[in-house]
Ligand binder design. Structure first.
Ligand code: HEM
Length: 454
């Protein structure tokens, strides 16, 4: 039954049964998968139980019954506003960081395990310089990073090595891919001296696993100090043509005292998501032969590392990666906290309220147009995606991902390197092809391909 409309317009409050459904079908499965570091066993279970589909359906049902306005609920004593309409999401992202700070209490508790002064969890005036330092070093907004030739040369070396190993063994899986991916990430971010520093990533992984428990976990001060010490040494040694080298030399670090050691942990953490997106894109391509042919045609041209400049822009490959992140957002919950009272449809919502947007719902169900459960990279090139304020795999506005272009450059050239001499066929349980709606949960850690010379 539909609830009565709220008095004088305003906002609905979800009843106890809907609160319980939201908790069980949206929040808990996401938390179980691991919001800061994915747990492979939980991802595999979630894929089999189709938990994201259930979450999307739940939100669609809430919208159907309560209407499109933000829905108020309280979860474990925390006052929460759930967004259900693209325009409201656009407002939340636009009005960041004031009055909607990305440094919500839950996010601070989770991320401060390894990045206590990272831009994303910095409240107040100090945020601006930290954000700027990220934008400068990552060349935000420029498809081709100023260090692109050096970066892509390293990417092609690592991707070619993985492809060769895959051909030799006849197969590619997440573990084989991830070993090469992380080597390339260390070289891109920290330069050649860090190429084999797997211990650094091991420390980060342990801190991220603790971060999964957010406010429930104690701080691991000694482990964090060990990680940050090791990272500081690596940043001091980083080549000038690495991303950390760019951050160290940038004006925000030099003139505004932004310490690179507190910004780089987020980069290392977030490159994990970029790896997941890259391998999922490979699976999509291997199951969509027409799309694969387009990408092969585009990536067959020579690239830097063979001294050709500028780097190949790879628009179709990048669009395929964007589409993989639309279908399976690696940041499924965009969370903000209001720094002061805000007004929504005539209702004043007090300061300190959490605002949440569940992106798998927005990317697939709202608005209900034809692309939602299909792999359609063209929407990123023909203006369709740009016209939808809620298609935000990299978020948007003043806290939108400053690494988006670096991710697309990295993923695009990784795919070029993997595809160059090798053909892949997805052989793991879930094959994301055009014959049926694409699943809403896709465990990248369970992916397996056969690999043979192209
Ligand atoms: C598939 C890969 C990635 C995706 C989908 C992604 C997406 C996002 C999203 C959705 C946010 C906003 C989070 C929020 O509002 O809570 C964000 C923030 C951020 N991302 Fe990414 N990201 C990716 C990889 C990267 C990489 C590789 C880097 C750095 C090299 C990076 C740097 C950042 C930074 C510094 C922020 C914080 C921005 C701020 O404080 O305003 N991201 N990212």
């Amino acid at each position: 039954m539909s609830p009565a409309p709220p008095a004088a317009g305003g906002l609905h409050r979800a009843g106890p049964a809907d609160r319980a459904r939201f908790l069980l079908r949206v929040l808990l499965p996401g938390a179980a998968e691991g919001l800061i570091r994915r747990r492979p066993w939980a991802m595999s279970l979630a894929e089999r139980l189709r938990t994201d589909r259930a979450a999307i359906t739940t939100l669609r049902d809430l919208r159907h019954r309560y209407g499109p306005r933000p829905l108020r609920l309280s979860v474990a004593g925390r006052s929460l506003v759930l967004l259900l309409d693209p325009d409201d999401l656009a407002r939340l992202l636009r009005e960041t960081p004031d009055p909607f700070t990305p440094a919500s209490w839950e996010k601070r508790r989770a991320l401060e395990q390894f990045q206590p002064h990272g831009s994303l969890i910095t409240p107040g005036p100090e945020r601006a310089a930290r954000r700027r330092a990220n934008e400068e070093a990552l060349d935000s907004g420029r498809p081709e990073h100023r260090l692109a030739p050096a970066l892509t040369a390293r990417i092609h070396q690592e991707a070619a090595a993985v492809a060769e190993r895959a051909r030799a063994g006849g197969q590619l899986d997440w573990d084989l891919f991830a070993a090469g991916w992380w080597r390339s990430v260390r070289r891109l971010v920290l330069g050649e001296a860090a190429a084999d520093d797997t211990a650094l990533i091991g420390l980060l992984d342990r801190l991220r696993s603790t971060g999964n428990w957010s406010m429930l976990a104690p701080r691991r001060g000694r482990l964090r100090a060990a990680f940050l010490d090791r990272l500081r040494t690596a940043i001091d040694r980083a080549d000038p043509d690495s991303l950390a080298g760019a951050l160290r030399a940038g004006p925000a670090a030099r003139e505004h005292g932004v310490d690179p050691v507190h910004q780089v942990p987020h980069w290392l953490f977030a490159f994990d998501a970029a790896g997941a997106a890259t391998l999922r894109t490979l699976a999509l391509l291997s199951c969509h032969p027409d799309r694969e042919a387009e990408v092969r045609a585009e990536t067959a041209a020579p690239w830097p590392g063979t001294r050709r400049e500028p780097v190949a822009p790879l628009p179709r490959t990048r669009a395929a990666v964007l589409e993989a992140v639309r279908l399976w957002p690696t940041t499924p919950v965009l969370l903000r906290e209001s720094t002061r009272a805000t007004r929504w449809y005539g209702t004043v919502v007090p300061a300190g309220t959490a605002f949440a947007a569940f992106t798998p719902y927005f990317h697939r169900a709202e608005p209900p147009t034809g692309y939602r459960d299909r792999f359609d990279p063209d929407i990123w090139r023909d203006g369709t995606a740009a016209g939808h304020p809620a298609l935000v795999p990299f978020s948007a506005g003043p806290a939108g991902c400053p690494g988006e272009q670096v991710v697309l450059l990295t993923a695009g050239h990784w795919l070029a390197g993997l595809l160059a001499e090798t053909r892949y066929r997805t052989v793991s349980a879930l094959r994301p092809g055009p014959d049926r709606p694409l699943p809403a949960t896709f465990d990248h850690t369970g992916l397996r391909f056969t690999a043979r010379r192209a």
